[in-house]
Ligand binder design. Structure first.
Ligand code: ADP
Ligand code: GN1
Ligand code: MG
Length: 369
């Protein structure tokens, strides 16, 4: 607590610190809510940045600063009055930096936005609103000069790379562990083998520059959008992975979590499915906000992204399980394996409905572009 107070003293905060409490359920950073003792000053959100994941902290924080400034200006031009609730506000250090380094720890502070995030959407209204906010984020950053952005995690959504990571993990497992460890994941590995090539299509189109590069969020998990009490979505958060990429990352990952019937931690696979109503709500909301800036080729490949993201997330969780849970925070041994099974199951459910999902996209696209 004293240490955290010391960290906070490095930032330009108003008022005084009344309490510091762990906050949220993200997998990557450590987050604390700072309640202000002064009624006239805002609460804050303090985060210890995971610099094992984000190697170039200064570059990443510069990305966050640049995109939030750009989005703020655009929101102003569009006439929004509630800009502080619509985009994160980074608090600078007393020395005018975007983050503070303390030994091998890196810290940052945002203004706390008093809205709520949900690991799992409770209803289709929330999904529609969340999707509108994610689509709006893409829209706000349309035209952003992407060469200003550093790549915060190389090959982040490159399926070829994620498959290679899995491959290497399995090779290590073969030499170091028992046969049981390998037989435990046989089914998952055979599913991966079966679908890997067709699901690399988005990456092939990206590499050939057929899909345009934009400033993309890259982590449109449903708990990365804040909603108000009336379920209106206001703000997209967790901007660490904003970098050049294809919009399919945001659409696909948004559907993966926003339109699922259960979250990634659900153990009962019978409960894990794609909720077609939520899927429709997400597609409608997202395309209402972003449809007008999409190219025909982007629109044509949307449905593939709904298959790619549960599949790729399964590959990522499975690799982490084999490597000994070095990346995602886990609550018990085997957690990442269960998450992988959950995501592969979701992938199969989405795959079964591909035709219906395409029809929903076609219907919404005809209205927006
Ligand atoms: P992680 O990368 O670990 O997911 P996030 O940046 O998403 O970290 O933050 C974790 C949680 O903290 C979010 O899910 C959200 O509930 C909350 N949160 C993040 N930023 C803010 C903010 N500015 N105001 C209020 N809550 C926030
Ligand atoms: C991580 O940070 P968080 O919890 O929003 C991960 C995402 C995964 C997600 C799976 C930087 O997101 O890519 O899809 O977990 N973020 C990073 O739950 O790897
Ligand atoms: Mg998050």
């Amino acid at each position: 607590m004293k240490d955290l107070e010391n960290i906070l003293s490095k930032f330009r905060l108003q008022g005084n610190v009344a309490s510091i409490k762990p906050f949220g359920s993200g997998h990557i950073n450590d987050t604390y809510k700072i309640t202000n003792g002064s009624g006239h000053a805002p609460d804050y959100l303090l985060q210890r940045i995971n610099h094992h994941v984000f190697r170039d902290v200064a570059g990443m924080m510069n990305n966050v600063f640049e995109v939030t400034e750009y989005a703020k200006k655009k929101l102003k031009r569009l006439g929004y009055q509630d800009i502080n609730e619509r985009i994160l506000s980074l608090i600078q250090t007393t020395g005018g930096e975007n983050f503070s380094r303390d030994g091998d720890q890196y810290w940052r502070v945002f203004e706390f936005i008093d809205l709520k995030s949900y690991d799992l959407a409770e209803n289709t209204d929330q999904v529609y609103e969340g999707a509108k906010a994610f689509g709006m984020f893409l829209y706000l950053l349309d035209g952003f000069p992407i060469d200003k952005l550093v790549i915060t995690i190389p090959n982040f959504h490159n399926l070829y790379f994620r498959l290679e990571q899995l491959n290497q993990a399995v090779e290590q497992l073969k030499v170091s562990k028992t046969k049981t460890a390998l037989s435990e994941i046989r089914e998952e590995l055979s599913l991966v083998k079966k679908h890997a090539d067709s699901l690399c299509e988005i990456q092939r189109l990206t590499d050939r520059r057929i899909l345009p590069l934009r400033a993309v969020h890259h982590d449109t998990k449903f708990n990365n959008v804040l909603l108000n009490k009336q379920n209106k979505a206001k703000c997209v958060i967790d901007l660490d992975t904003v970098m050049p990429g294809v919009m399919h990352s945001d659409f696909g990952d948004g559907i993966r979590t926003g339109a699922a019937t259960a979250d990634e931690d659900e153990l009962d696979l019978d409960k894990v499915d794609l909720d077609v109503e939520k899927y429709t709500a997400f597609t409608t909301g997202y395309l209402e906000s972003a449809g007008e800036i999409l190219t025909v080729v982007e629109a044509k490949h949307l449905v593939e992204s709904t298959l790619l993201f549960p599949f790729m997330q399964g590959v990522r969780f499975l690799s982490d399980h084999i490597m000994g849970d070095v990346y995602y925070k886990v609550k018990y041994p085997g957690h990442n394996l269960h998450r992988a099974r959950n995501q592969f199951h979701l992938f199969k459910q989405v795959n079964k409905r591909r035709k219906d999902l395409q029809s929903v996209i076609d219907f919404n696209i005809s209205f927006s572009i």
